[in-house]
Design a protein around this ligand. Structure first.
Ligand code: GDP
Length: 609
């Protein structure tokens, strides 16, 4: 056993702020402050804490000891310092890349369902396999590369804007160019508009592919005109958007489309430094029974090599093997190359970044810190630098600072007429110092997609006669997205105006207390309709205020007049039970409608926090 050795009381402590990891032991703490472990143990004993030198210390104890000897300390989570170091790697300024070699463009295909995204991705892949390796087994790993005229292109193999925006909501920008697919027979559809807005919000160049031109009822001109209405104007009409007519089915126009992509990539001057430690983003991840956690990552900078210690989200490990999109083992992957990574400790969610760490130990520490944070809260989200623009609550602070403020908004309404009315009136509120940017406008209930888009673009969601569904509400809470629903235009405008002058009134938030789905409808003479319901969430209470929602749109508001379990009148019914809900003056019930009960609670607001 060591003989205790105490430091003289007046021994100098280190100058400046000393970083101390939380939950360290007396053995760790003492030497950092020019003291011995025995000094710490002895001090704590006097303070009434009987601990050995290898016991982990609480924040209070550490602070108490530091104060006693007059040392200045800063407590950090274990691994936090290394995390900061790794974050710096991720945040290297891309703009200073002018000496780096060019890298392949990363392309995502978006558009309305059934407009041919999947078929196009299949065609491109099969017709342009690298090395001309015909009949090679292609593996779906979430992205692939093809070669054309000796140059490579990377395609993200999960089409659609959901995945794209979910990634952006996590702070990952994976895509350089978006192909917007519009079927020539169908023209612009709701998801076409969504896709345009999601791509615009990400400030990614868009190339339009007008598909299905082989169809008899194809009307490419009309489809093009429809797209042009949303600000993507073809060159022939004086705009600067490239349109390519194609048939994914008959393999027409696809080579031209690829040529346009290569040209656009050249204009964008995409570069990536293959030197140094690799960083990038996780595209897909799953647990394979034989191989353990498997992640497909897209390398964005540096070169990822077999044997590298890495962190991906809260997973970590040493790269055991790298597989390309043909399932072939490769030793390394450079910028814009997608590879499957084997050897991680866990499944890392899509959209998380990955970084190669200096050592395996650093990787494991950072991963455990992140896991700790994740468990604590959704922390870290706010840390992501989001594209310019502010939320409603912050707008006044920004104006006061003399910054030109932009209010980012996603507006959803029940019908086109009200959507137009809301946006028109909002436009009129614009002033020199406050601009309003509509990230997306659409008809229908507030969905998870809207929340993801708002989170990714720092926007507030305004709903007019529409509400978020349960999933959207949960995501909004997680992502800290502000959702405001209104039923009167004038009230909506009043609030926005108030926010601009820093007078945003305390909000009466409607807290949803119960949610039931209509399963059956009974019409009872002289009583009216009774809805046979299943309570999905919370508690339904007689006499509470209710709202009927059909696909997210409010169709009726009022009060519950009767509540029954079988034939008995009851005061409340909890989740998991069936009940009969009677409404005195509402008859237009349909199966699948959602009945929401709610309370009004006032939310305190602080404007300059
Ligand atoms: P996605 O939902 O956008 O991925 O669309 P799919 O790729 O699944 O295509 C939807 C349907 O349209 C499928 O039946 C395809 O065969 C068909 N399709 C796709 N491209 C074309 C095309 O160029 N011409 C015709 N006639 N049909 C097409």
């Amino acid at each position: 056993m060591d003989v205790p050795h105490y430091t003289p009381e007046d021994a100098p402590v280190p100058e400046g702020e000393i970083v101390i990891e939380r939950a360290c032991t007396a053995q760790d703490l003492g030497p950092k402050l020019n003291r011995t472990a025995a000094d710490v143990v002895h001090f704590l004993l006097q303070a009434g804490e009987m601990l050995t030198a290898t016991h982990s210390l609480s924040d209070d104890m550490i602070e108490l000891f530091a104060e006693d000897i007059g040392a200045k300390i800063r407590l950090v989570d274990p691994g936090e310092e290394q995390e900061v170091e790794l974050q710096k790697l991720l945040e290297i300024d891309e703009s200073d890349n002018s000496d780096a070699p060019s890298r392949p463009p990363v392309v995502t295909v978006m558009g309305h369902v059934d407009h041919g995204k999947t078929l196009l991705l299949d065609r491109i892949r099969n017709a342009n396999v690298v090395d001309g390796e015909a009949g090679g087994i292609t593996q779906h790993i979430g992205a692939y590369q093809v070669e054309r005229d000796g140059r490579l292109l990377t395609f993200i193999d999960t089409p659609g804007h959901e995945a794209f925006t979910a990634m952006r909501a996590r702070g990952a920008d994976s895509t350089d160019i978006v192909i917007l697919m519009v079927a020539a027979d169908d023209g612009v559809m709701p998801q076409t508009i969504e896709a345009i807005n999601h791509a615009k919000a990400a400030e990614v160049p868009i190339l339009v592919a007008v598909n299905k031109i082989d169809r008899d009822n194809a009307d490419p001109e009309k489809a093009i005109a429809g797209v042009a209405e949303h600000g993507l104007v073809p060159e022939a009409w004086g705009g600067d958007t490239i349109f390519q007519e194609i048939s994914a089915l008959k393999n027409r126009g696809i080579d031209e489309l690829l040529d346009h992509l290569l040209l656009l990539a050249e204009v964008e001057d995409l570069r990536g430094d293959p030197g140094g430690r690799a960083t990038g983003v996780v595209l897909e991840s799953n647990l394979d029974i034989g191989r353990g956690p498997v992640a497909t990552v897209l390398v964005q900078r540096g070169t990822l090599k077999v044997g590298d210690p890495m962190v991906a989200g809260a997973a970590w490990g040493r790269v055991r093997a790298l597989l390309d999109d043909h399932g072939e083992n490769v030793l390394e992957a450079g910028p814009s190359m997608p590879v499957q990574v084997l050897g991680l400790s866990d499944v890392a969610g899509a959209g998380h970044d990955f970084v190669v760490a200096a050592t395996e130990k650093v990787a494991s520490r950072v991963a455990s810190t992140r896991e700790h944070w994740q468990r604590q809260s959704s922390l870290g989200r706010e840390a992501h630098a989001l594209s310019g623009g502010a939320r409603l609550e912050d707008i006044f602070t920004q104006i006061q600072r003399g910054e030109a403020a932009t209010l980012n908004m996603v507006v959803k309404a029940d019908v086109n007429g009200s959507l137009e009315a809301v946006t028109e009136s909002l436009r009129k509120l614009e002033r020199e110092e406050v601009k309003i940017r509509f990230v997306h406008r659409g008809v229908g209930g507030i969905t998870e997609n809207d929340i993801a888009l708002a989170a990714a673009s720092n926007a507030t969601i305004l709903g007019f006669n529409v509400r978020p569904d349960r999933k959207a509400r949960e995501l909004a809470e997680l992502e800290k997205v502000e959702v405001r629903s209104y039923e009167i235009i004038y009230k909506l405008l009043e609030d926005i105006e108030a926010a601009m002058v820093g007078m945003l009134a305390p909000e009466f938030e409607e807290v949803v207390t119960g949610e039931a789905e209509v399963r059956e409808i009974f019409r009872i003479p002289r009583v009216g309709s009774v809805a046979g319901c299943f309570v999905q969430n919370g508690v339904i209470t007689r006499g509470s205020a209710v709202r009927f929602l059909r696909e997210g749109t409010i169709i009726w508001k009022g009060e519950i007049s009767s509540l029954k379990r079988f034939s008995d009148d009851v005061r409340e019914v909890a989740a998991g039970y069936e009940c009969g809900i009677g409404l005195s003056n509402f008859q237009d019930l349909k199966q699948g409608d959602i009945i929401e009960t709610f309370d009004n609670r006032q939310i305190e607001r602080t404007l300059d926090s």
